[in-house]
Design a protein around this ligand. Structure first.
Ligand code: NDP
Length: 337
């Protein structure tokens, strides 16, 4: 059983010295347990936080343990009456080829689901995050302008498409012209601005000619700097993530803008609310799943995956995702179904 073990905590981007691919002997499931074979592993930005022991909303992975992560698996061996060999489950078995589970927390996906990996993206945690953050905290109204960065990733792409369904004007922010083209042509955004362009701030200002009513915050950094002056009175900011900081080893360059930010929030009466999806909204998963399945069935929401097919390249794929070298939801195909 090949497993990625957290051997040491990274400073900056994780390296092969921090996450080491090791082989262990596979145990057999006992009564009441199942042996799961990992087919898909989700790679998500939050994992960088789990590698670190800095204070967070969740405990870090212990040094010496398998790196955590959501997976879609098939039951390989079953000693549990409710689970049949071959059936698919959503699990949380981490960066490894096989795992034994007592079935707690498994979600059944059926015997031959059409798109099993969607449970890691559009129909799973990232889709749910987009849905709740936008609708419950962002409260978008028809005609308003919604801005979202990381616009072609699983959260951002979903935020923008739901906002379009709610009748908003949607301006995406993404890294590079190919991603921006995709956001406009395939996802239906009204505009998408390349945050690496020299005149990014100016282009964003032109695209948001009525100001910004909802800024769905995924990234922080220079994107947030460009957004702040464009916020309208009573704007809402669902504070979902700050991916530009996850690999940071030092504070951002000065001057300190905190008091300016607080002044802006006060004068414009801006609502900023952080949220952690399963801590805050687990009771509303059913509502999301129903709406999203319907939108997918009706062709109203599009979804793009970035599939890594070499398990030995998992760490590179993870770092690439944090750097914006992914194009769509990053998923590793660990083994063939
Ligand atoms: P993505 O697959 O979109 O990957 C992250 C993207 O961030 C990159 O592809 C890149 O896109 C962009 N990015 C990276 N660095 C920068 C930078 N310096 N400036 C601007 N953009 C940058 O990720 P997800 O959709 O999975 O996650 C999006 C956000 O949602 C993350 O912050 C994540 O932590 C957060 N999240 C929060 C949850 C919660 O419960 N609060 C739950 C799930 C996710 P590009 O090339 O377009 O710049």
């Amino acid at each position: 059983n090949r497993q990625y073990i957290l051997e040491s905590r990274p400073t900056g981007p994780a390296t092969e010295n921090n996450l080491v691919l090791k082989t262990s002997t596979l145990a057999s499931p006992k009564q009441g347990e199942v042996l799961l074979r990992t087919i898909y592993l989700s790679l998500d930005p939050y994992m960088r936080g789990r590698m670190s022991d800095a204070e967070s909303y969740a405990d870090p992975v212990e040094v010496g343990d398998v790196m955590v992560g959501a997976t879609v698996c098939q039951v390989e061996q079953s000693e549990h009456p409710d689970y049949k060999v071959g059936e698919w489950v959503l699990a949380y078995t981490g960066w490894q080829e096989y795992a034994i589970s007592n079935t707690e927390g498994l979600m059944k996906l059926g015997e031959s689901p059409d798109t099993p990996s969607y449970a890691l993206g559009i129909l799973g945690m990232p889709g749910f995050t987009a849905y709740m953050g936008l609708l419950d905290i962002g409260e978008p109204k028809a005609g308003e302008t919604v801005v979202v960065a990381a616009a072609t990733g699983p959260v951002g792409a979903t935020v923008g498409q739901i906002a379009k369904l709610k009748g908003c004007k949607v301006v995406g922010i993404a890294g590079g012209s190919q991603k921006c083209k995709h956001a406009i042509e395939n996802l239906g955004f009204d505009a998408c601005i390349d945050h690496k362009a020299d005149n990014f701030e100016e282009q964003l200002k032109d695209a948001c000619d009525q100001g910004i009513d909802v800024y769905y915050e995924n990234v922080g950094g220079h994107v947030l700097d460009a957004v702040l002056p464009l916020l309208n009175t009573k704007a809402r900011i669902p504070l979902c993530g700050l991916v530009s900081q996850y690999n940071a080893t030092e504070l951002p360059p000065g001057p300190d803008r905190l008091s300016m930010l607080m002044g802006l929030i006060l004068r414009k009466r801006i609502k900023v609310q952080g949220f952690i999806i399963f801590d805050d909204y687990s009771d509303r998963y059913g509502e999301f799943a129903q709406d999203m399945q319907q939108w997918l069935n009706d062709g109203k929401i599009k979804y793009k995956e970035h599939l890594e097919t070499d398990f030995e390249n998992t760490l590179n794929a993870f770092n690439a995702m944090l750097n914006g070298e992914n194009f769509g939801k990053t998923v590793v195909q660990v083994q063939q179904p």
